[in-house]
Structure formats: C-alpha cells, structure tokens
Design a protein around this ligand. Structure first.
Ligand SMILES: [Zn+2]
Length: 259
C-alpha cells in the first residue's frame, strides 16, 4: 500500500459542532455521490438560504466548490440554487438561492436536481488529486477543486516537481482502473494510525465518533468527506496545467482533465 498525501484538505468535513438553531440534514451524497435528483422537505429559510431535511447538494468544503442546481416546487416553479454552503449546525447545509427567487414555506416538499455535469467533473478532479498525491510524496499545504481545474500545494523543493513525470505517473495509476471504497473508522482507530493524516494544516474532526476514509486499493487511503468516482478509470486522464511557487511551503501543481 502506498501511503500518500492528499486527504483531509481535499474535501472534507462538514462542521461538526452541534447547534440547536439549525437542523442536521441527511447527507445523501455521502452514501451515493451519483444521486442527481431527490425529494426533500424545507426545514428552515433564513438570510443565508434554504435548509432541507435531506440533500444531494454538496456544500463547499475542503477546497471543493459547492454544488449548483434547482429546487422544484409542487407547482413546477423552479428555484435556482447558485451555491451550497455548510450551515452553522452539525451536518446542516444551506442552499443559496439566486436573488429574487420566491420564498419557500417551511414544510414544503421540493424536488432537488444538481447540475450533474459540473458535479461529475468535480468528482473526477477530486479523485484525481487523491491519485496525484501518491505521485508527489510531500506534505500537502493547500488544495482547491473547481469544475475545470484542480490543484494541490506541497511543501517540497521546486526542483523535485516535474510536470511530465507527474502527468505520466498519475495517468499510469489511473490506468489501474480500481474501484474506490468508503471506509469508516472510529476516532480511536484513527488515533492509532496517525500516518493516515498527512496534511499539515487540517486534522480530521474529533467528537463525531467516526471518520470517513476514501480507499483506492493499492494506491491511497486518506480521511475524506468528499465526493469521488466509483472507479478511478472514470477520471480518464489528467494533464498538468502548471507548476509554480506560491510561497516557501506552497509549491502548486495545477491539473485538468485530459479527456
Ligand atoms: Zn476525497
């Protein structure tokens, strides 16, 4: 098993501090990142946006942007969701409606649909960063995933970063076409395996009792709460867009999907 570096920062965690003021949503994307539609009930409406009892919208976190899409009312009216953010409470998610959209009453049942093409690109790039973090073996100091490109920052000497080599080796791992797996471990189990956490600035949340890991058999095993593809072959291939220094401990490798 190769131990590698991306992990926590890529993704990660919804806020873990409980708050009585907002309700936890059932995070449907956590068990099935491929859900494109669902139904839910409105549980709260406030200045930040709309909360639902369950959602397929991934809230911005760990460097991955929030989902966009629509909520569809019973009368067919469509509420455009321009962004998704973490709420104040444990597992609460705020759907940020476009300005000028009608107010939804609490308790209303709505249909949910995410912009699937955009999300799928994010899933492919996110999973690609996991793979790339096994090629560049260095502490991860930052990361970001948008629909058209993604990057990781490493604490590494610039002379050790070779774009052609990173691209070639990452694509060779992707070609193994292995299924990804979600594994849950307890806080205690993670404590016993500190080597799993290699990001310098982010530690997995404590107090939730368990931590979610992404396993790419034979390649990567890292704490991660994000959305991934089922098989790394779905990434296709990546290309390195640029490598540049963003500071003493931040050497940035930016990638895009090649196909
Ligand atoms: Zn991940």
């Amino acid at each position: 098993m190769t131990r590698c570096g991306a992990g926590v920062l890529l993704t990660c965690y919804l806020q873990w501090s409980p708050s009585p003021s907002t309700m936890a949503a059932e995070l449907l994307f956590r068990n099935d990142a491929y859900l494109k539609t669902a139904r839910a009930q409105v549980t709260a409406v406030h200045e930040r946006g709309i909360e639902l009892d369950r959602t397929i919208f991934y809230p911005a976190g760990g460097g991955q942007v929030g989902d966009v899409g629509v909520l569809v009312r019973g009368n067919g009216e469509r509420i455009a969701v321009a962004d998704t953010r973490k709420g104040d409470g444990f597992d609460s998610v705020v759907h940020v409606a476009d300005p000028g959209m009608p107010q939804l009453p609490i308790g209303e049942s709505v249909g949910l649909a995410i912009d699937w093409d955009r999300r799928y690109a994010l899933m492919r790039l996110h999973t690609a960063l996991h793979v790339m973090s096994c090629v560049v073996v260095a502490p991860v100091t930052g990361g970001n995933i948008s629909p058209d490109k993604a990057r990781l920052d490493f604490d590494i000497d610039m002379s050790l970063l070779d774009a052609a080599k990173i691209e070639r080796e990452t694509n060779a791992l992707i070609a193994r076409a292995v299924d990804t797996e979600t594994v849950w471990i307890t806080d205690e189990e993670l404590d016993a395996r500190p080597e799993l956490v290699k990001t310098m600035s982010v530690q997995p949340p404590r107090g939730a009792g368990r931590v979610r890991l992404l396993k790419i058999p034979g390649i990567d095993l890292q704490p991660c709460g994000g959305t991934h593809v089922r098989n790394i072959a779905e990434i296709g291939a990546i290309r390195v867009l640029k490598i540049r220094s963003e500071g003493k401990r931040n050497k940035r490798v930016e990638i895009a999907l090649a196909t």
